[in-house]
Design a protein around this ligand. Structure first.
Ligand code: FES
Length: 106
């Protein structure tokens, strides 16, 4: 298991166990992280899993692919440079301790 942290809209920090090789969104859903809706089920279509990367070990998060970048640009509320869709992030051991802020305003 890889421990990552989600900060919910309310400011609550949630330490979540994520499984290597699985989309990060699954870990957030399993832990019922507030604000991670994941309406499209993980196909990078809805942006309701939108988060901001607050901190992550260097090199642990490959850059978004085109589908993710497009959905962030056109669907996400208040996209920023550090916006990501956790459904498009595959959990790796390198991500231990990474911190994600759940985006607000859906
Ligand atoms: S679950 Fe829909 S974009 Fe991530």
């Amino acid at each position: 298991m890889v421990k990552v942290i989600f900060i919910e809209e309310s400011g609550t920090r949630r330490e979540v166990d994520a499984t290597e090789g699985e989309p990060l969104m699954y870990a957030a859903k399993d832990a019922e992280v507030e604000g991670i809706i994941a309406e499209c089920g993980g196909s990078a279509m809805c942006a309701t899993c939108h988060c901001y990367v607050i901190e992550a070990p260097e090199g642990s998060l490959p850059a978004p692919e085109a589908a993710e970048a497009d959905t962030i640009e056109f669907m996400a509320n208040e996209p920023q440079e550090n916006s990501r869709l956790p459904c498009q992030i595959t959990v790796t051991a390198d991500m231990e301790g990474a911190v994600f802020q759940v985006a607000t305003g859906r």
